[in-house]
Ligand binder design. Sequence first.
Ligand code: BGC
Length: 394
Amino acid sequence: MKNIFRKLSIIFLTAVLVFTGCGQAAGGSAPAQESAPKEDTFVPRADDGRTVVGISMPDRLLERWNRDGYFLKEQFERSGFEVMLEYANNLIDTQISNLRDMINGGADLLVVTAVDGAAISGILEEAHRNGVRIIAYDRLIMNTDCVDYYVSFDNYQVGVLQAEYIIKALRLKSSRNVRNIEFVTGDPVDNNARYFYQGAFDTLKPYIDSGRLCVPSGQKGFYETATAQWSTDIAQQRVQIILNSYYPEGTRLDALLCANDSTALGAARAVISDYPGLNKVVITGQDADIANIYNILNGEQSMTVYKHLKRESVVTVSLGKDILEGNTPGENLIERAGWAFDCSYNTTDYNNGNKVVPSFLLHPIAITAENIEKELFETGYYGRNASGLIYAAK
Ligand code: BGC
């Protein structure tokens, strides 16, 4: 089967040169920044009798990447592909060497969550020259024509959900009280972090501008509020410094806008250790990591944003299969796949500096103490064992 698809795809590429490889976005999407599209030099790898998918994940420190890796590997294997799965320990050099091993190991498709979105264009160009297709998984890969597709959640909406929760919890629409907030945003080399920040900041901005919401530290910009490597410890230290410098006894902290659950854990620890106030500080998050689910249930964290990882992998596997079968998927993939969940095809919003990358986007949902049982447990996404310990369903 692979042979036929390969041949079809070569004929197709030679005849019309329209696939998404270097130079031009697919599916009638917005044009790349260059005025004249570059010639598409993509030629799929010669058939070696195997179809190999290389999956490059950033680290094992976060629950989610362990789950993503598991789901992707399992589904690609079930679809008959050989899989190479590697974790990069959050190190750029390790990720580049993992990708090189995958190219040398015969990968036909790379599914990559970049440690640093702007640091792997060189190795991806090498992959492309070797006839390897590339899907950016969850995080966009920047500054290269060689990324074919992007699969993720609506990252801007994640920040909007966090900010909307804060607006409601602090009654910013109705109350006249001035509230204090601090921002704990994500890793500046992860392209998603800026979307999360922007979604949240744009939503809170009217209240900041009107003086209803204050930022006593004055740290409001993306870079000054960023958390290297999404580290819990770095987030904790930064919030501790802010509390000790700007919240002398008596100054009330109302909310910590934390971009994800690893930063929220650090922020919650800092509040416990260094905040003398008696009010409950609203803390946001993202991912529904198990430690954070406990914190929501015990009141230490106020909300998280749940992203259904299995769906993200389902979309990626369908897309990967389609590409390897020589198709040029677009909106039509959503119709053909008939998934029982919403997914949008976006050809306007994810510009990686070289081109607008055609994107398949899923929809995140806000989880609070009020809806956590219904949304996470009754759905079966999480369960409790006989001792009441929470586990994530496979
Ligand atoms: C992901 C988040 C995750 C963060 C830290 C982001 O790119 O979208 O789900 O919490 O990375 O790993």
